[in-house]
Design a protein around this ligand. Structure first.
Ligand code: NI
Length: 256
């Protein structure tokens, strides 16, 4: 059996309230041996922490999502910092970034909190988990200003080969999820084929981004298996080789 690392899940999401324990119990038997549960708002931290406390194989990330930027305060930033300093299983700062698709917060406010959290990540030497949607121009400008000492990953990558190349040049890893299995994913597949296997990560972003052929159903961390198979095909390697590479990459990035 292969071993997979889901680097981006939201198991604390309410969509798992009815059967969370059963879903979690199904993961290790399916080969999903490590999961990072991503907390997008300091106010939700206790839910993610409870999962990481209860299950050895679940780790945590915390950061203020760009969707939350309009109500983010300095005390949220302090809370994120305190968690990352005090809790050994909090291995990443994220998800942070810019989302100009939904624009739930003014763009200048999103940029300010993105910048502040990148500074915090470098101060603490913690990898960042980047959520960037329809905002690559501003994102790359801000990342360039922080590139010294920055480590992290582009989550749910949706950029071009050119953007992927610049991210790789900055030392970032690039994570792909269920979108690589969607029809009309040609541009995404070009980028996924371009990224060397030593810099790829698997993720689900569950309960969202369910891979084909289960579109319309809730996703869970077992969704990484279909993503791994697709990336293996693109790179003309076995699924076992891709699972092993992405497992090693994730552990290297997150210091596990
Ligand atoms: Ni997410």
């Amino acid at each position: 059996m292969l071993t997979y690392f889901d680097t981006h899940a939201h198991l604390s999401d309410e969509k798992f309230d009815a059967d969370r324990d059963a879903v979690i119990a199904s993961l290790v038997p399916a080969g999903v041996a490590r999961v990072i549960d991503v907390c997008c708002d300091a106010a939700d931290w206790e839910k993610t922490r409870a999962l990481a406390d209860k299950h050895d194989f679940i780790y945590a990330a915390i950061g203020m999502h760009p969707h939350e930027a309009a109500h983010t305060t300095l005390s949220d930033l302090d809370a994120v910092k305190a968690v990352l300093q005090a809790y050994p299983k909090a291995v990443g700062l994220g998800e942070i970034g810019l989302d100009y698709h939904y624009d739930f917060a003014p763009r200048e406010v999103q940029r300010a909190w993105f910048d502040a959290q990148l500074s915090l990540a470098r101060e603490l030497d913690v990898p960042v988990i980047l959520h960037i949607r329809e905002a690559f121009g501003d994102c790359m400008d801000i990342l360039r200003a922080h590139k010294d000492g920055l480590k992290g990953e582009m989550h749910c990558f949706s950029g071009s080969v050119e953007i992927a190349r610049e991210c790789l040049d900055m030392g970032l890893y690039i994570a792909f999820g269920g979108a690589v299995t969607f029809k009309n994913a040609n541009k995404l597949l070009d980028a996924a084929a371009y990224v060397p296997k030593e810099r790829l990560l698997l993720e689900t972003d569950c309960p969202y981004m369910t891979p084909v052929p289960h579109r319309g159903e809730r996703n869970d961390p077992r969704g990484v298996i279909a993503v791994c198979e697709k990336l293996a095909d693109l790179h003309r390697v076995s699924a076992a080789e891709m699972a092993q590479a992405t497992w090693e990459n994730a552990n290297r990035l997150f210091g596990l």
